[in-house]
Design a protein around this ligand. Structure first.
Ligand code: HEM
Ligand code: HEM
Ligand SMILES: *[C@@H]1O[C@H](CO)[C@@H](O)[C@H](O)[C@H]1NC(C)=O
Ligand SMILES: *[C@@H]1O[C@H](CO)[C@@H](O)[C@H](O)[C@H]1NC(C)=O
Ligand SMILES: *[C@@H]1O[C@H](CO)[C@@H](O)[C@H](O)[C@H]1NC(C)=O
Ligand SMILES: *[C@@H]1O[C@H](CO)[C@@H](O)[C@H](O)[C@H]1NC(C)=O
Length: 399
């Protein structure tokens, strides 16, 4: 009895602590995929990668880097800084899978030229780090691993196993004969694949937990604000103003929707700017440029609250055309940018399903109302004609 209570308490504690600390301490337990007898292992935060290491001395370590296929090349490296853990400046060990089913491993010096798209060729020995015993292993559909022994230079500022900058990556294209890996994808998983690690504990010193939560908040605020409330406001303005429904309160509801949408959206936008600023090594330029346009032009639309010409002004007609045109264009750009944001978070599918659901609902309502409008219009037209016809008929029949 006591035993069950205890285990229930234990389960609850474990579950709640793993919810509170989602990146739990998973080092020291290596998965069965461990061809090199490495004793410390941890799951890395991105790309489903696993990292293992043995410490021989302050300057000599073994490393094992494993991912689940498919992939064409897998890479792991150390970066002495000064910018911290980033791609440029990494001394990397890269394994490229060969047509005969082996994984060929070489050393690579990754420079800013690589990032600009120059060919990445294997290099001779590095100036500082010595790499020995490089090996690669592939088990189709099970794992791809690279293994190496590193002798770090004694420069403690650049290479300190208590705070070592390490970087990893996976790519799907390479010239296997020339041993040249080609560009990797740049979704968030691929640009978040860096960490500063304390190898004695396995703890990452620079994982952005706060960033992780703020990204979720950013996505939700933007999908609700720009992606749901604004289109809802447009639907109300289109179908409830005069035709097919004449609802005298349409204006209040429309303006409220737009104000709420604009406020939530702007908050999400500001968080996005902060996130973009915080992750200084990379940026999502399309997403960013569209975001700035969206904010600028919705602000312009909101000015309509104050600047609408009075009903009697001559140019009211043109002003209306402009307000409507900008409104519909903005809806299109917003939806494109939401898909852009979701693509950054790929391969997380939840966002996609949620937003496709929202779009589907809005689309169904709009299509339904549009069909209703046209049916009603044609019906009214027919009725109008018919009553006129009936009038003529009546006049004829009196003969
Ligand atoms: C129309 C709606 C949206 C606007 C106006 C917007 C705005 C922004 C802005 C200004 C940035 C900073 C870009 C940079 O400087 O690199 C950003 C980044 C980002 N956005 Fe959005 N966004 C929108 C929708 C979304 C959605 C729906 C998602 C996800 C579901 C999303 C996910 C992200 C992510 C993951 C980042 C990168 C954060 C980082 O750098 O750590 N965005 N967004
Ligand atoms: C093969 C040629 C490569 C090309 C052309 C390339 C290109 C790029 C580009 C253009 C970005 C910036 C993405 C953005 O800001 O949107 C980037 C980021 C990144 N790359 Fe590469 N890359 C290559 C190889 C590698 C390798 C081998 C590694 C790992 C050892 C790696 C790790 C990273 C990481 C961690 C980032 C994000 C952080 C940062 O920007 O420094 N890349 N890469
Ligand atoms: C790993 O350990 C096993 C058993 O201890 C041994 O047979 C094997 O040769 C070791 N492998 C390596 C790569 O050291
Ligand atoms: C596989 O191919 C690579 C070069 O493509 C070669 O170096 C290696 O020896 C080959 N290995 C086997 C087992 O055939
Ligand atoms: C590698 O690149 C760095 C610059 O990032 C450079 O200083 C160094 O000389 C290059 N060559 C070797 C072999 O490490
Ligand atoms: C790394 O971990 C060790 C052992 O827990 C600790 O003494 C040291 O202060 C840590 N270093 C950093 C930079 O966190």
């Amino acid at each position: 009895m006591l035993g069950t209570t205890n285990s229930v308490v234990l389960i609850i504690l474990t579950v709640s602590s793993s919810l509170l600390f989602p990146i739990s301490e998973q080092y020291s337990n290596c998965s069965p995929i461990n061809p090199m007898n490495i004793t410390n292992c941890k799951k890395l935060v991105t790309l489903g990668a696993e990292f293992g290491w043995n410490i021989h001395s302050n300057t000599e370590i073994d490393i094992l880097f494993t991912i689940r296929p498919p992939a064409k090349w897998i890479a792991w490296g150390v970066n002495p800084g000064p910018q911290g853990a980033e791609m440029v400046g990494t001394r990397a060990v890269i394994g490229i899978s060969q047509p005969n089913g082996t994984l060929a491993v070489r050393k690579y010096n990754i420079t800013s030229d690589t990032k600009l798209g120059c060919r990445l060729k294997p290099s001779q020995d590095f100036d500082d780090v010595i790499v020995k015993n490089m090996k690669g292993e592939v088990k189709p559909r099970r794992y791809m691993s690279i293994f190496a022994t590193l002798i770090l230079p004694p420069d403690q500022a650049a290479y300190n196993i208590l705070k070592l900058n390490h970087v990893w990556q996976v790519g799907f294209e390479a010239d296997d004969a020339l041993m040249e890996p080609k560009m990797h994808s740049t979704s968030l998983q691929n640009v978040d694949s860096t960490e500063t690690i304390n190898m004695t504990t396995g703890r990452g010193l620079s994982i952005g937990h706060r960033q992780h939560h703020l990204r979720t908040v950013h996505g939700i605020l933007n999908i609700v604000g720009w992606g749901t409330m604004l289109p809802l406001g447009v639907i109300i303005a289109r179908y409830y103003r005069r035709y097919p429904f004449q609802c005298p309160r349409w204006y209040v509801v429309h303006v409220s929707c737009q104000i709420v949408g604009y406020t939530l959206g702007t908050a999400g936008w500001a968080i996005g700017l902060w996130l973009g600023h915080a992750s200084r090594h990379y940026s999502f330029s399309t997403h960013r440029i569209l975001a700035i346009c969206i904010f600028a032009f919705t602000t312009l639309q909101m000015l309509a609250l104050r600047l609408t010409p009075t009903k009697t002004d001559d140019y009211r007609k043109y002003w209306n055309m402009y307000h409507h045109f900008l409104g519909y264009s903005l809806l299109a750009v917003i939806s494109v940018n939401i898909f852009q944001g979701i693509a950054i978070l790929k391969p997380n599918k939840t966002w996609l399903w949620v937003y496709v659901g929202v779009l589907g609902m809005l689309g169904l309502v709009a299509i339904g109302l549009e069909i209703f409008t046209w049916t009603k219009f044609i019906y009214d037209l027919y009725r109008g004609k018919k009553s006129r016809l009936e009038f003529h008929d009546g006049a004829n029949r009196s003969n």
